[in-house]
Design a protein around this ligand. Structure first.
Ligand SMILES: Nc1ncnc2c1ncn2[C@@H]1O[C@H](COP(=O)(O)OP(=O)(O)OP(=O)(O)O)[C@@H](O)[C@H]1O
Ligand SMILES: [Mg+2]
Length: 321
């Protein structure tokens, strides 16, 4: 098979969360080559004619879509599958419509609520209706990768507006407040495999030696500065399927329902917090989650006995007509 691995067009001095697309593209291409496929790599171009020419030149059987940002914006990522579908080339992963629906967090949360999927209460500008007296986390409505998330993101209700304004001034975009859930965190990876869904071994993010006064969040530093305290002390743990089957069943059920709600394809990761009453709450659904070898998805696949090359090959097979 001939596979074109298409990544975001990022400059070499881009922030680490943007550069991840290049690391993933390289790893995916190597994994495919190791399985005897022809793997080519190219940066996405958001111009119809240029993209069409690029596809014609490489003539792939399938495009492996790793486009996470366009012009540095995650909120534009849906343009890639949209344009590839217009061109009519098979591509991996979720389509434009679902990327739009999940890419805006407050909008996705409204859809979770309508579908009966539990999610923490939240409040949005400009009216900030329904803002309760709880502690909140202020986060971006349409960017991911824990952009703008550090200890100061967790605030009392009276500080929400000031934090949201400070973040909007610094990073641009819309910022909203979600009730801070002081509880456990789980990332559930789901793979489309052999015509069905496969929920991979469930990962809990544990916070080790964490100072009691600090909020327990996987912030920007934890995700993108490997040597930092935050990164080395947020440790992925597996095994709740055996130890806590009831919680595992609830997480599995909600993850599968989230997948169907958005009609996801290929891979997805559903992020949860579990509140003090042991209720899992959906934070967000990540279609096309990070698929670099050191990311959570590959770690979960490895726990299921799938090598990295197995995983990548399955994602490609799921995309074939
Ligand atoms: N309501 C909440 N209560 C407690 N912690 C939260 C809450 N929302 C987010 N967090 C913390 O912030 C992290 C990032 O939040 P979230 O997953 O919503 O955003 P993201 O930036 O889109 O992340 P990703 O990199 O997974 O796409 C979570 O993993 C969690 O640690
Ligand atoms: Mg997340």
């Amino acid at each position: 098979m001939r596979v074109l691995v298409l990544h975001s067009d990022v400059p070499p001095d881009a922030p680490p969360d943007d550069l991840d697309t290049l690391i993933a593209a390289d790893a995916v291409a190597k994994a495919l080559a190791a399985r005897g496929h022809e793997a080519l790599q190219a940066a996405f171009v958001a111009d119809r004619d240029k993209l069409r020419a690029l596809i014609r030149r490489h003539a792939p059987d399938v495009v492996f879509n790793l486009v996470e940002t366009i012009e540095g914006k995650g909120s534009l990522a849906h343009i890639a599958p949209q344009m590839l579908d217009e061109i009519g080339v098979p591509r991996t992963g979720t389509g434009a419509e679902a990327l739009i629906a999940t890419g805006d967090k407050p909008r996705a949360k409204r859809l979770f609520r309508e579908a009966g999927l539990p999610t923490p209460d939240w409040s949005e500008p400009p009216g900030w209706e329904g803002l309760t007296e709880d502690r909140h986390i202020v986060k971006s409505a349409d960017e991911d990768a824990s952009l703008g998330l550090d200890d100061a993101a967790v605030v009392e209700a009276c500080e929400v507006r000031a934090r949201a304004k400070a973040c909007a001034d610094r990073y641009g975009g819309r910022w909203f407040a979600e009730r801070y859930i002081d509880g456990r965190e789980f990332n559930i990876s789901v793979l489309e495999d052999r015509g069905g869904l496969r929920v991979l071994p469930m990962a809990e993010m544990t916070f080790e030696e964490w100072p009691a006064a600090r909020p327990r969040i996987v912030g920007y530093t934890a995700k993108w500065d490997e040597a930092s305290f935050e990164s080395t002390r947020t440790v992925r743990a597996f095994g709740i399927e055996e130890r806590e089957p009831e919680l595992a069943r609830a997480l599995r059920d909600l993850s599968e329902r989230a997948w169907s709600l958005f009609d996801l394809r290929g891979t997805a990761r559903v992020d949860f917090r579990v509140d003090r009453a042991d209720r899992p709450l959906v934070l967000e659904v990540n279609p096309n989650p990070g698929i670099a070898p050191d990311a959570g998805f590959a770690a979960a696949a490895a726990h299921a006995g799938l090598s990295y090359a197995d995983l990548i090959e399955r994602v490609v097979k799921a995309a074939l007509p």
